[in-house]
Design a protein around this ligand. Structure first.
Ligand SMILES: [Zn+2]
Ligand SMILES: [Zn+2]
Length: 594
């Protein structure tokens, strides 16, 4: 069968039954056992099969065995066939700590996986399959006496409902060494035998995500169980909440067309259709009717749907092309993962300043990415995306705290806070009160100011990241627009413990009384936060709105660039000295775990 692989078998000399045998050996079914087929048809089928290098069934089995043997070969002898293992489980409690770096070093160099491709790993097919919940099952099995762990996966095909050979999932496996290095992987798809197809990749991403989220959930005692991933790209929201906007920070909001502005009911009851029906009916029954002169005659020609479809499908009729580039947003942790993988840094390395500097250079977000983060977090405040984007960044509400840390103070708790290692489960009472009050305070503020401005608008903001300082973040409460003044941030602050006092009395220790009102003291958490928010958003004015149950007080705060520079220097030092090393090493996280 040496000539089989070349694809140029001379079938012309084959008899009909030999042609049929050639096909059936390759699992190609002929209806009616090929009785109805003419020789020419069979010949063509055989030629196609040969061109597609369709292997003989026994050869397929043989080559699978050979591939399998290769994959199971180790220095310590042959590993068992995964089919013979019985103790598969969803409990991943004692598996090796499989990191992004392990996944990276296994894939890089294989197939299409280059350093460039892996840097934007979210655009990989395999990542998308994982992200969209195509990994339907992942189970593990530890070998009793050998340092290897087996994983078997079921991955749903990307577009079609069935796999190439008619199954509902691609069922393959991979093997990890105790160091978490991938020893081998296999998938039954075409091209999956080299162990780097998108299904294997999806399963590896699934495992990595599970291991990392289990590592991060420090405050739960949940078992490390594999759970099927939600399809988190589709979740339901109310029609009126659907906001179709281009991601752009600080752009004035227009009134957007909402889907419910469109009436999806049948156009049969539409008055113009009725008029047309009446006109046609009248024309038939009484062609001389005077009314016909006043009824509008049918405009436009009726074009059948089929010809419209044909017109649209023809490339020659395309007037305008637009390429849409998908935008992928990475978290600080993911930047650190890719950076470490590219640098090929060992798991237990020591972090040095030089490396951190390189990492900061590596953190390169462009304006579009920052705009996307902002737009996505406006609509999903408090969502996982919002949490993930804040994690590993110093956000403005923490600026005062960071700037006042003494050299001798242990930074562990601050790092835990910024890395979100111990997320709050229940919202405490003051925060809940704050959330409720913030909305009414904003409404009251708007009412007080509305008549003093032209077209006043208060817009909610998402998380703002500035490409200049990608490790910082700010979430102003509102952004204020009008036609008569420059853009202004609105920061709304409540004082729960003094909620029954007048705002000016409640906040007396934070304010200085001036001749024409109040001024915010510099050495307050509010001042640091507000200055930071203005620096990051590039807005020069803020209205601080202090509220209690007694009402609101408005205190203007102007941007102070000199003051900002002193804050910035301290924030940079903290990021370089503490937060970046934590992103890269996870040292505090390991301590929290143990
Ligand atoms: Zn595959
Ligand atoms: Zn104005």
């Amino acid at each position: 069968m040496a000539n089989m692989a070349s694809g140029d078998v001379d079938f012309s000399k084959y008899k009909v039954e030999n042609l049929k045998k050639y096909l059936s050996d390759r699992g190609i079914q002929l209806s009616d056992r090929g009785k109805g087929k003419r020789r020419a048809e069979l010949l063509e089928l055989c030629q196609n099969a040969a061109e597609m290098k369709q292997q003989k069934l026994e050869e397929v089995v043989e080559s699978f065995d050979r591939v399998l043997e290769e994959k199971l070969q180790t220095n310590e002898g042959l590993l068992p066939n995964p089919d013979t293992l019985r103790s598969w489980s969803h409990n991943f409690a004692s598996i090796p700590e499989f990191t992004f770096a392990d996944l990276y070093s296994y894939l890089v160099g294989k197939d299409d996986y280059s350093v460039e491709n892996l840097r934007s790993f979210k655009s990989l097919h395999g990542y998308k399959l994982f992200h969209d919940g195509h990994v339907e099952d992942l189970q593990c099995c530890r070998l009793e006496n050998k340092p290897f762990s087996y994983f078997q996966f079921k991955v749903k095909p990307a577009e079609r409902a069935k796999t190439e050979d008619g199954q509902s999932t691609y069922n393959g496996f991979f093997i990890l060494k105790s160091s978490a290095e991938v020893h081998a992987a296999y998938c039954p798809c075409k091209g999956g035998s080299d162990g780097a197809c998108k299904h294997v990749t999806a399963a590896l991403f699934d495992l990595q995500s599970m291991v990392s989220s289990n590592l991060t959930n420090t405050c739960t005692s949940e078992k490390c169980l594999w759970k099927r991933r939600n399809r988190n790209s589709d979740y339901a929201i109310r029609l009126e909440d659907l906001n179709i906007v281009k991601a752009e920070f600080g752009k004035e909001e227009k009134l957007h067309l909402k889907p419910y502005h469109f009436d999806p009911r049948s156009t049969l009851t539409n008055s113009s259709t009725l008029k047309e029906k009446l006109r046609q009916g009248l024309k038939q029954v009484c062609p001389d009717a005077v009314a016909l002169q006043f009824l509008p005659s049918s405009s436009g020609l009726d074009i059948p749907e089929a010809s419209v479809a044909e017109y649209i499908a023809c490339d020659a009729n395309v007037e305008h092309h637009e390429t849409v580039y998908p935008m992928y947003i990475y978290t600080m942790k993911e930047y650190a993962d890719v950076f470490k993988s590219e640098k090929n840094i060992a798991k237990d390395f020591c972090c040095n300043d030089e490396l951190v500097e390189e990492f900061i250079d590596f953190l390169n977000l462009d304006q579009t990415q920052c705009d996307t983060i902002c737009a996505k977090t406006v609509q999903q405040g408090g969502s996982q995306f919002w949490i993930d984007q804040r994690t590993g960044r110093i956000t403005a509400s923490n600026f005062y705290k960071i700037c006042h840390l003494k050299d001798t103070t242990d930074k562990t708790n601050t790092i835990k806070l910024l890395m979100n290692y111990c997320p709050m489960k229940n919202v405490p009472e003051p925060l809940e009160w704050g959330h409720r009050k913030e909305i009414s305070a904003a409404k009251l503020y708007f009412k007080k100011l509305n008549h003093k401005h032209c077209d006043l608008l208060l817009k909610e903001s998402g998380l703002v990241v500035n490409p200049l300082w990608p490790f910082l973040g700010a979430s102003p409460d509102r952004v204020q627009y009008c036609k008569c003044h420059p853009k202004t941030l609105v920061e709304i602050k409540g004082l729960f413990s003094k909620r029954n006092l007048l705002p000016a009395v409640a906040a007396a220790d934070k304010l200085i009384k001036t001749t024409n009102g109040y001024q915010l003291k510099v050495e307050t958490t509010w001042y640091y936060q507000i200055q930071g928010q203005m620096a990051i958003t590039g807005v020069k004015h803020t209205a601080l709105v202090i509220y209690t149950n007694k009402g609101i007080l408005i205190v203007p705060v102007e941007f102070d660039p000199v003051f900002w520079l002193t804050i910035l220097k301290k924030l940079q030092l903290f990021f370089v000295g503490h937060l970046a090393p934590e992103l890269l090493t996870g040292r505090v996280l390991k301590d929290v775990k143990n």
